[in-house]
Design a protein around this ligand. Sequence first.
Ligand code: ZN
Length: 185
Amino acid sequence: MSPVTHFFVGWAVANSVPSLEKRDRAWITLASVVPDIDGLGLIAEILTRNSAKPLTWWSDYHHILGHNIGFAALFTALAYAFARRKLLTSILVFISFHLHLFCDLIGARGPDGDQWPIPYLRPFSTTAEWTWAGQWALNSWQNLLITASLIALACFLAIKRGYSPVEIFSRKGDATVVKALRQRK
Ligand SMILES: [Zn+2]
């Protein structure tokens, strides 16, 4: 699924325990987006496309480097080190990360019909690759519906609890968004 959908999935997980602090919510939300960090190679690939030695980092590494149990363990350990409520946050980080893999499994078919198998056991083993034959497309109505529902949930939570996902980027921006949402109600 798209990074936007992953972001709001992570936000929903981060809000499953209302007593968590802002920092821990940010880690849990980030965990649902971070596997796609392996897609950043796209920039290098586009920039060097017409050069003598084009880099193929995106083609080679997207859905490989970040979409596996090794990276999940690494990121969970990092979250454990920095979170306030360490155990609870790292459990939710681990879940949030795996929801990313699950979402990609069910709804990330490329425009060319590419299945994007998930090499889950890397770097320990390259034998297992997850695919699901029923996988729907990245731009399908299912993904749009899921994304719209999650954004609606985020708005509902913002009105109720007084903070929105914007808090991850700016406290001031968050206050503005919450105020606007509460006035609309
Ligand atoms: Zn992904």
